[in-house]
Structures are given as structure tokens and as C-alpha cells.
Design a protein around this ligand. Structure first.
Ligand SMILES: [Zn+2]
Length: 86
């Protein structure tokens, strides 16, 4: 994927797209650093990651197909909330 351009900081949308890779530990070390750097600065994505972890705890495993439907729903809501705050 050409999603990641080396020098640019991640934006929230990219963090959301990378979150399953992050949780599976399949990000490169550099991408993982950028992911965590974004989280350190972004309460929205920190909350999103916490929700993902909670979902995985509930289901006991990471199932991208099941999660993606739930994620799309959550995301729609999250982004609406973020826009409202601005
Ligand atoms: Zn963010």
C-alpha cells in the first residue's frame, strides 16, 4: 500500500486503517513509531484504539471481517462527533 508516505505524520484516518495491523503486531517498527506518536497526541485515536482492544477482549480474537462492519459504524459516529467539536 502506498498509504504511508515516509515523512508525513499520520492522520486519524490512516491510524484507523492501520489499527488492526498495529494490534496484530504486523506494522514495521517505523510505522509503529509513527502510529504511537499520533496516539500520544490524539485523544480520539487513543479512544478508538481502546474500543478496538475492548472489542477484541470481548470476542477473544481479532476478526477483521467482523470488525470492519462494526468499525464502519463506530467510525461514522466518531467522525460525526469530531466534526461537531470543531
Ligand atoms: Zn487521531
Amino acid at each position: 500500500m502506498s498509504l504511508l508516505r515516509r515523512q508525513d505524520p499520520l492522520v486519524c484516518r490512516e491510524v484507523v486503517e492501520l489499527v488492526t495491523d498495529y494490534l496484530e503486531g504486523s506494522l514495521s517498527r517505523a510505522d509503529r513509531r509513527r502510529f504511537e506518536a499520533h496516539l500520544a497526541d490524539c485523544p480520539h485515536c487513543t479512544e478508538y484504539l481502546a474500543q478496538m482492544r475492548a472489542t477484541i477482549r470481548l470476542t477473544g480474537r481479532l476478526e477483521p471481517e467482523d470488525l470492519s462492519a462494526a468499525m464502519r459504524e463506530d467510525l461514522g459516529e466518531l467522525y460525526r462527533r469530531w466534526r461537531d467539536q470543531r
